[in-house]
Design a protein around this ligand. Structure first.
Ligand SMILES: Nc1nc2c(c(=O)[nH]1)N[C@H]1C(S)=C(S)[C@@H](COP(=O)(O)O)O[C@H]1N2
Ligand SMILES: [Mo]
Length: 220
């Protein structure tokens, strides 16, 4: 596995207990809300604080050194500095967070670059069916192309009008509100467009490949 070297640095016990939850199918209520009749997806509870979840490593990436490569099956691959990211069109979006560990946090105000503006810049090839996020802590996660292309997906540098805090993935993270929050890579460094799917860190450890909170796609 490509993440062998990262596993030495991250919290083995935390990972082991989450893998066990996945094996046991913990937290699944069996009451899907396909129509989104409620604001709260099944099995979730609302929190007002913002929990921090990571692998026990919070990389310190100064804005001046941060780079984002957007590459793979695209016609115009780019590597963006933080300054270059700010020069792209800026978008504000408010969305709810749903974490697979059962907390949801409503109405988070994000600012950054929308996935649609990234797509317009790099121009993916027709064969690009999957998007893989790579992060500075070695974390990866994967989504289908159309999930990335939704109109509420952000490459976010600010939250509630402030620079995104390091523990929440600053300087820049992904936000994919319609799926469990493990799909929203913190400390993002690369967005890869791929023909083939590449299940990410949690997806190879028993988490669902898609992660729709409304149908409780918690575990595979
Ligand atoms: N790079 C990176 N991104 C990550 C993670 C991680 O460990 N590393 N954890 C994921 C998980 S499981 C969740 S629930 C959210 C947590 O984001 P938060 O700490 O800002 O609440 O980040 C996701 N993105
Ligand atoms: Mo999570």
């Amino acid at each position: 596995m490509s993440d062998d070297k990262d596993e030495g640095r991250i919290k083995e016990k935390l990972i082991a207990s989450k893998k066990k939850w996945a094996r046991d199918g913990r937290l699944i209520t069996g009451n899907p809300d396909v129509a989104h009749a409620n604001r709260l997806p099944p099995g979730q509870r609302e929190v007002t604080h913002w929990p921090v979840l990571d692998l026990g490593v919070q990389p310190d990436v100064p804005k001046a050194e941060w780079r984002l490569s957007v590459d793979g099956l695209v016609k115009n691959p780019v590597t963006l500095s933080f300054e270059a990211l700010l020069q792209l069109p800026q978008t504000d979006n408010v969305s709810d967070i749903h974490c697979v560990t059962q907390w949801s946090r409503y109405a988070n105000h994000w600012r950054g670059v929308s996935s649609r503006d990234v797509l317009a810049l790099v121009r993916p090839k027709d064969e690009a069916q999957h998007v893989i996020f790579h992060a500075y802590d070695g974390y990866t996660t994967n989504v289908a192309f159309d999930v990335f292309a939704a109109d509420d997906v952000m490459i976010a540098h600010s939250w509630e009008g402030e620079p995104l805090a390091r523990e929440h993935g600053g300087p820049v993270r992904i936000v994919i509100p319609r799926f469990y929050f493990w799909k929203s890579a913190k400390w993002v460094k690369r967005i890869e467009f791929s023909r083939d799917d590449k299940p990410g860190f949690w997806e190879v450890r028993g988490y669902h490949n898609q992660g729709d909170p409304w149908t409780e796609e918690r575990y595979s």
